[in-house]
Design a protein around this ligand. Structure first.
Ligand code: HEM
Ligand SMILES: *[C@@H]1O[C@H](CO)[C@@H](O)[C@H](O)[C@H]1NC(C)=O
Ligand SMILES: *[C@@H]1O[C@H](CO)[C@@H](O)[C@H](O)[C@H]1NC(C)=O
Length: 516
């Protein structure tokens, strides 16, 4: 017996040794393959952010959590780029090697040229899935492509902009603004407005939160659940260690039940929808759910896509409006110019074409999204070994090798303040920079990969036109209803950062009615 055991032990030892050798050889092979790729492209190692401990990067994580609390997260990441004196560097975040960049050429490579080599990373997928399910915002690869192909035509068709339906919600918003000189936080109204209009557009029925409070349960649960997943996604894989959250479980169920009610109603009218090719044209109202029901009968998929779009589209637009109206309350010069432009409409409701012709308004929205981007940062994970055109070497001018599994994050906020792209006055809020100046002949700013409020390339925001139409229309209608604005907020703009970024103080103002 003992002899057999000895033989077995020897055999096992041999197998293990062979496995170890094989493993080492594969590693050596992989490492030499990587070196060859890096050499071929002329890659150099990137500058390293000095961290006292390079295993978990604990101190930087704590510093980030602290600046988040002080509402200075964006400013402190901009300062780190300044301290480093480069546009790309490497750091350790929660035990992972991470790069961060503000280099337009790198972003073009990630989002467009080498788009297939980069994925969302498990962070977003793991933390968002319980609330949103699998949809355009939470998937990669074939699943994402399927979602994008299914959703895109609906965005194109809806682009005529259902301004009439929207006007109804605006009327509700205007009615909520006090006329007795008391203060209103427009931010609260903007978040209700975008909830009401988004639910009407997506489900065919509005939450009507501006007129009645009945649907506040849904809005509140959605908001709370969204903040919870935003918080979780910061902790990455460590979030799995948190105990189950009862409040989240409650909110998740409430949100799902709320949407499922509309999905069932939509599925029940499917045969009618299929017989009637264009309900949208007939009723003059475009319902996203109806278009999805035409394409699939899977209730979970429909629910997921609706929630993905609600998440992508609602807070973003409300945040943009809040940031814009905060600025209008602080800058009488901008308010004057905007009022002047809006007055060319002679008090009439603007058409879709007229909206696009208001150049100063467009420049104002562009400038708001430049200095206060509502999606101020983002990241992608390398799905294979690859290289980026810039970021290597002490000056960051050489290509950079990135290993499969490494994460590249970027700061839109910081890139939008680069003086080499926007000039010495890059930190100033100046809508005029976007306009041609006929007196000096200076050309207005042209956008390129250094201006990315909506991302670019294959995953560029599907709702860009929708959001700009909604923000423009709302701003014009408020300008037509109110001739005066005063700020009731002494504070400067401060970040409030969850999934999107908005002024912490909202937009606290007193408005004077035109007919007052
Ligand atoms: C000011 C308003 C908005 C801003 C700044 C904004 C910004 C963005 C950004 C930066 C992304 C890329 C996210 C990523 O890939 O990591 C994105 C994606 C997306 N946005 Fe928007 N968005 C806005 C409004 C909207 C609206 C109103 C809708 C829909 C009604 C919408 C629908 C989407 C969708 C579906 C995606 C996912 C596209 C994809 O992954 O293929 N967005 N948006
Ligand atoms: C088509 O739509 C109209 C009104 O939207 C409706 O009355 C009718 O029943 C629908 N179905 C068919 C088959 O026409
Ligand atoms: C504003 O930015 C968009 C890109 O988002 C660009 O197409 C447009 O030319 C800019 N225009 C003005 C007037 O600001």
């Amino acid at each position: 017996m003992a002899l057999v055991d000895l033989h077995l032990a020897k055999l096992a030892g041999l197998v293990l040794a062979a496995l170890a050798v094989f493993h080492i050889l594969t590693r050596i092979h992989l490492a030499s393959k990587r070196r060859a790729l890096a050499r071929e492209k002329g890659c150099l190692p990137p500058p390293l952010y000095p961290q006292p401990e390079q295993i978990f990067g604990w101190s930087l994580f704590r510093q980030n959590m602290r600046s988040l609390k002080q509402r200075k997260f964006l400013e402190s990441s901009a300062n780190r780029f300044r301290e480093m004196g480069v546009n790309t560097y490497q750091l350790v975040a929660l035990g992972r090697r991470l790069y961060t960049t503000i280099e337009p050429e790198n972003l073009k490579t990630i989002q467009a040229v080498d788009f297939k080599k980069w994925g969302l990373g498990e962070r977003r997928k793991i933390s968002f899935r319980p609330l949103l399910g699998d949809g355009i915002f939470t998937t990669d690869g074939a699943a994402w492509q399927h979602s994008r192909e299914m959703l895109r035509p609906n965005f194109v068709r809806s682009q005529i902009g259902d301004l009439q339906t929207f006007e109804r919600h605006i009327q509700h918003l205007i009615a909520e603004v006090p006329r007795d000189g008391s203060m209103v936080d427009l931010s609260v109204l903007f978040f209700r407005l975008t909830m009401d209009s988004a639910t009407e557009f997506l489900f065919g029925e509005s939450t009507e939160s501006l007129t009645k409070r009945s649907s506040e349960g849904f809005a509140e649960s959605f908001m709370r659940a969204q903040d919870y997943i935003a918080h979780n996604s910061r902790w990455g894989r460590l979030a799995a260690l948190f105990p189950a959250n009862k409040q989240f479980a409650y909110d998740q169920k409430l949100v799902h039940d709320f949407v499922d009610y509309y999905v069932q109603k939509g599925l029940a009218r499917r045969s009618e929808l299929l017989a009637n090719k264009s309900t949208a044209e007939k009723s003059g109202r475009y319902v996203f759910l109806d278009e999805l029901v035409r394409q699939t009968t899977d209730p979970i998929q429909i629910r997921s896509e609706l929630l993905n779009i609600l998440l992508a589209g609602r807070d973003t637009t409300a945040s943009l409006l809040t940031n814009v109206w905060y600025m209008l309350s602080k800058r009488p010069d901008i308010w004057q110019k905007l009022q002047q432009e809006v007055s060319t409409l002679n008090g009439e409701l603007p058409t879709f074409e007229q909206l696009k012709d208001l150049k100063y308004l467009k420049a104002l929205l562009n400038e708001s999204l430049r200095l206060h981007p509502v999606v101020p940062g983002n990241s992608r994970e390398a799905l294979e070994d690859t290289t980026l055109p810039l970021g290597g070497g002490p000056d960051g001018r050489s290509p950079l090798f990135v290993k499969k599994g490494d994460v590249m994050s970027w700061s839109v906020y910081t890139m939008h303040r680069r003086k080499d792209y926007y000039g010495q006055d890059a930190e100033e809020f100046k809508p005029e920079r976007w306009l041609d100046d006929p007196t000096t002949g200076r050309k207005g700013l042209r956008t390129d990969w250094h201006y990315l409020p909506f991302n670019g390339g294959a995953r560029i925001c599907l709702g860009q036109q929708f959001a700009l139409t909604e923000a423009s229309y709302t701003t014009i209608r408020l300008c037509q209803a109110f001739s005066g604005i005063e700020s009731r907020d002494a504070e400067p703009w401060q970040e409030s950062l969850a999934l999107t970024c908005v002024n912490y103080g909202g937009a606290k103002v007193v408005l004077t009615a035109v007919d007052a």
